[in-house]
Every structure is written in C-alpha cells, then in structure tokens.
Design a binder for this molecule. Structure first.
Ligand SMILES: O=P(O)(O)O[C@@H]1[C@@H](OP(=O)(O)O)[C@H](OP(=O)(O)O)[C@H](O)[C@H](OP(=O)(O)O)[C@H]1OP(=O)(O)O
Ligand SMILES: Nc1ncnc2c1ncn2[C@@H]1O[C@H](COP(=O)(O)OP(=O)(O)OP(=O)(O)O)[C@@H](O)[C@H]1O
Length: 340
C-alpha cells in the first residue's frame, strides 16, 4: 500500500465509523485521528451556498485529494442561521433517528480559532469577488466526507436536491403542479424576464411515482449523461434503501394542514422543512456497481427568521397561478402530480 492509499483508507475507515455510531461530539480516538490528519493537510477554497463556505482538505505536500471537506458558516448581515454547535445537536437528536446515520454524509464538529477563521476568510476573498459583507466567524467548523469522485477512480457522481416529494398540504385542491414544479416555474419565469437561460425542472414526484416507467424516465432526466445500466442501478438503490420514501414520510408527517401559517415553531414541521431542502449525493462505482447514497445539508431551519419567507412564497405561488400553470408568460414543466 502506498502512503497515499493508506491515508485514504484511514479516512474511509473513519467515515464508516462515524456513519455507524451515534454521538460525534466530545473527545474520542477519532478526534485524535482527525487532528493528526488535519495537521498533514492544507485547505483550498472550493465553493459556497447561501449560508456556508466549503474548503477542500488537500494533502499538504502535493495538494492531492484527501476525501474530506471543511464546511464553515458565513456570518452575513440580515441572515440569522443557527450555530454549528446547535446544528450538530439537532442532527444527532432529530435527523439521525429519522433517516439513519448510514444515509448521512459523515461529519465531525471541530473548533475553529480566530486565527484559522481569518486565514479561511482571506483564502475566500482571494477567490471571490463579492460585497455581501459576510465573514467567516471563529467558533466551529464541520469536517465532512467529500462526496466528489475520487480522482483516478471508476466512479460517477450525482448531486441533487430531492425537495418536496409530496404535494404541499396547503396547495390548491385543483392544483395541476406540485410545490416544487410551481416553485421552479416561478424561478424560471424570473430568469426568463432577466434574459437568463433555464431548463424545465425535474419533478420530484416522479422519483416515487407508482408507475415504474415514470420513475425510470425521471431518473433519466436526473442523470442524463449516465448509461441506462447505471440509471437502473440508481433506481434499484433508491428502491432498496427506501431513502426517498423516508424523506417523504417525514415531510408529510410533519406538515399537516395549515401548520406553516399557524404553528411553524413545531419541531415536526421544522424537520419536514429541513428534509425538503437537503442535498442528496450519489457515488456509483462502475467497476463494482456499488451505489452510495448520502444526504447532506440537513441543517435545522431557524423558523423565526424563515416563516415570513415560507408563507409569502406559498402565497406568491398560489396568487401568481404557478400551482395551476396559469402564470403569464406560461412556463414549461413536466409535473407528475396529475399522473398519479
Ligand atoms: O424555498 P425553496 O424551496 O426554494 O428552498 C430554498 C433553497 O432554494 P432551492 O433549493 O434552490 O429551491 C435555497 O437554496 P439556494 O440558495 O437556491 O441554493 C436555500 O437552501 C434555502 O434555505 P436557507 O435559506 O439556506 O436555509 C431554501 O429555503 P427553505 O424554503 O428550504 O427554507
Ligand atoms: N459532502 C460534500 N461532498 C461534495 N460536495 C459538497 C459536500 N457538501 C457540500 N458540497 C458542495 O458545496 C456546496 C455548498 O454546500 P452547502 O450545501 O453545505 O451550502 P449551503 O450554504 O448550506 O447551501 P444552500 O444555499 O443550499 O443552503 C454544495 O452545493 C455542494 O456542491
């Protein structure tokens, strides 16, 4: 075994261990391994979303892929996300019991000193031209498994958000579009007006449709560059793991009636909203045919700061005719709501 393969193996073993045990906080032998690991690594700016910045953990000597990422929070004026400590507790208390640790991208909470935070902010500023006033604050960071393809491996990967896998309980009864297709029709209309390019959305209801041909067609739309065999492997993996059914179950069970307007503070509703916004990573090894499916971005929503956005978005999709395909100009969708 070369040094690099053995290093990779150490980390993969560690992720397996993390994925199979329940608590990730406090001191532990894994934490010691991680610290040794990080000492031999350097961080490079990778990408970011609305609330978090992601750095690649690279080999200190040759900058090669190590299989880990460092996710850090952004502090932006006007945004009020929960602290990483709270997100970690939430994940252990609510998300792991709901979906199973084996279906979550493994993560460790680690401390981020003032000096480290400054260093990361500087790396980010060198890469990104922005004026949103955001900074990377000291406190905590998350070391997470990188679900990208291992360079030189025979893997193919896919990243998507399953979003709302069942209709919203407050959608109009005669709606012809599901919540995600209504939302995407609105988004695409904005893009159209701005002269930007866009594509019709993939309807999430198609992933769990009773008609297997619709499921096959939806997976084809989700992973168009994959071979038919690989698309079938993915379909089988979704069926075997039941991960999408699990997500749908919690999305539906936590959101009954008008809870979004009347009781957005309820934990079961929060869980539903979190699981409507998680990211699904898929890694398929073309050699062995093994399919790994793991969810990330299972962060607790701050309902106090999100409730107005949720309620106003809902009203906008209803009032603007997006649930009925009556918006002007009309947007193309291929919603599977009425094919059920
Ligand atoms: O409102 P939605 O359904 O468009 O979801 C928002 C996401 O949009 P998208 O997945 O692109 O449709 C949105 O994602 P993007 O920023 O568009 O990548 C966020 O995830 C947002 O959550 P938060 O404000 O970061 O906690 C998400 O807000 P939540 O409604 O999940 O709180
Ligand atoms: N485990 C992972 N493996 C590979 N890439 C990842 C992983 N986690 C995050 N990323 C990449 O980093 C991006 C941003 O990460 P993340 O979703 O955590 O940010 P966010 O601020 O929560 O996003 P959002 O705006 O959706 O709320 C993801 O869209 C993905 O491309």
């Amino acid at each position: 075994m070369t040094l690099k393969t053995s290093r990779r193996q150490v980390l993969e073993d560690l992720w397996d261990l993390v994925g199979n045990r329940t608590s990730k906080t406090g001191t532990s032998p894994e934490m010691d391994k991680i610290n040794v690991y990080l000492k031999k690594s350097k961080l490079r700016y990778f990408t970011e979303g609305r609330a978090n910045v992601v750095f690649r953990v690279e080999d200190e000597q040759d900058g090669s892929f190590t299989g880990a990422l460092l996710r850090v929070p952004k502090s932006t004026p006007g945004a009020d996300p929960h602290s990483y400590k709270r997100l970690q507790d939430y994940r252990e208390k609510y998300i792991e019991p709901a979906v199973g640790a084996q279906f979550l991208v493994p993560q460790f909470l680690i401390e981020l000193t003032e000096e480290q935070a400054k260093d990361l902010s500087q790396k980010r500023d060198e890469k990104l031209d922005r004026n949103d006033g955001s900074i990377i604050p000291p406190g905590y960071a998350m070391l997470i498994q990188d679900m990208s393809q291992w360079p030189g491996s025979n893997q193919i990967t896919l990243e998507f958000k399953p979003k709302w896998l069942a209709q919203s309980p407050i959608a109009p009864e005669d709606a012809t579009r599901c919540r995600t297709c209504a939302r995407e029709a609105h988004r695409n209309q904005v893009k159209l007006k701005e002269g930007k390019s866009f594509t019709p959305p993939v309807c999430p209801l198609g992933l769990l449709h009773p008609n297997p041909d619709i499921v096959t067609a939806t997976i084809r739309d989700l992973a168009p560059s994959w071979s038919e065999d690989d698309q079938r492997r993915l379909k089988d993996a979704f069926t075997e793991t039941k991960i999408l059914e699990t997500l749908r179950h919690h999305q539906v069970a936590g959101d009954e009636g008008r809870i979004m307007f009347e009781h957005p503070e309820k934990p079961e509703f929060g869980l539903a909203m979190t699981l409507r916004d998680c990211t699904c990573f898929v890694r398929l090894d073309k050699g062995t045919g093994k399919v790994e499916i793991k969810l990330a971005d299972v962060d607790e929503k701050n309902w106090k700061s999100k409730q107005v956005y949720w309620q106003e978005s809902h009203d906008m999709y209803v009032d603007g005719g997006f649930y009925h395909g009556r918006e002007e100009p009309g947007m193309e969708t291929h919603c599977k709501l009425k094919t059920e």
